[in-house]
Design a protein around this ligand. Sequence first.
Ligand code: FES
Ligand code: MG
Length: 568
Amino acid sequence: MADGLRKGLTSYGDAGFSLFLRKAFIKAMGYSDDALNRPIVGITNTYSDYNPCHGNVPEIIEAVKRGVMLSGAMPMVFPTISIAESFAHPTSMYLRNLMAMDTEEMIRAQPMDAVVVIGGCDKTLPAQIMAAVSADLPTVVIPVGPMVVGHHKGEVLGACTDCRRLWAKHRAGEIDEVEIEAVNGRLAPSVGTCMVMGTASTMACITEALGLSLPMSATIPAPHAERFRSAEASGRVAAEMAKAKGPKPSELLTASSFKNAQVVLQAIGGSTNGLIHLTAIANRTSHRIDLEAFDKLGREVPVLIDLKPSGEHYMEHFHHAGGLPKLMAQLGDLIDLDAKTITGATLRDVVAGAEDVPGQDAIRPRNNPIKPEGAMAVLHGNLAPRGAVIKHSAASPKLLQHTGRAVVFESVEDMTLRVDDPALDVNADDVLVLRNAGPKGAPGMPEAGYLPIPRKLARGGVKDMVRISDARMSGTAFGTIVLHITPESAVGGPLALVRNGDMIRLDVARRRIDLLVDAAELDKRRAALALPATPDWAKRGYAHLFNETILQADEGCDFDFMRGGGKE
Ligand code: FES
Ligand code: MG
């Protein structure tokens, strides 16, 4: 008999009685001894009325249960918290580690031989994988899948690259109230995650590249029948893993699988958030994501996926073009094909099964890339001693080398109040600076790095400016935007020293971001800098834990006491 209900039987000092009691209670649900004596597959339920991205989770769960039972194991569904981008105050990032802790502890607390985690909206897959890595139980990940596209006036559109683009047009006076309301009803036409290469899609692709989910699971649209067949197949795999007691995340997540994930992150034009999450996942193993190595990979790996915001298509087009297996086939020797997956197959087997789709143009060959270099570059300089990130694949080429005058906003609130002020002293060549929007400062590193173009400039036709901050940016955004400046200003990083009118130089080719103020003056400013006192919101509860232990972006924004934990 598999361990099943016996797992964790330590209470009462009498294992026999503990099992007797455990069974007595669970039998209240009507289970038979036959059901209870089978290997148990736990299944997380992150359905929530507040989370439209997870709207298909109940049907996915039904399909997983079917797969588990068809393979002779017993499914047990349990709830964890659910995080939706649009309803997570103050930010979803603030809650990611809470979800990771909740998920890890519930996997540990309850008897199960394997677990299926079902997630998708930006922070949920990272949280679940961080949890799975630390709990190190055989785990199958199921992304909920992307939404299908919307249509407006003959144009294909989707959440939320087009949300920003069309809202910017509305701000500039090109789209009126009536039309923007119509657009509002068309941007998210089904349940599922944002159908551009935002954080959700990025993390689903990374998950598949890490071998933690079934082939094609990153891209199957959320409402498609195929999504539920894949969930059923995932249930079958989880049942086999429960019987075999493996493979565990610690057996799958190797140095090469993390390298594969970074190659894929660059090649898909992935979200900058993906780098933070991958760092957090790696930090729970014996492996590390090295920013220099990631940047170097970026110079070798081309962007091959033609998806918004770097390109033109949407996730369903990527899917119908052959999905991740086809992408990995195109990446060729950039991927280590010996890496193993949950089924026991290698990525070589996965790539061998890739579909050839004549005429498709969503997945490019290496000799005809969307961009010759990867999506992201890591910058250093006197403004970012521990690094900063720019998604240069989604930036304006002419701004990648740029020197301009700093226009400083002290906080997200300050920016909101002043950015549209007609009296704001700003012109198109300036560099917009936002600070106190990092992991600790805001708190939770809001996606405020996509500073809006000041209205008076937007109305004058300005579409992009250099913008820099210690914040994050939605993976769905476009612009010349330097993010994750580390250390953040709230812990005394040099971003705190910038003054209005200082000159800032961005040089992406040289991977530099510098404040053109001499060192003596910066030392003077640093000596006069007063760090903010512990804010009232951080004096109790989860906020206290967060404020005391949150790590910087280069360490994945995990809590300092959560690193490690996975068996190596
Ligand atoms: Fe949930 Fe975009 S809002 S994935
Ligand atoms: Mg997002």
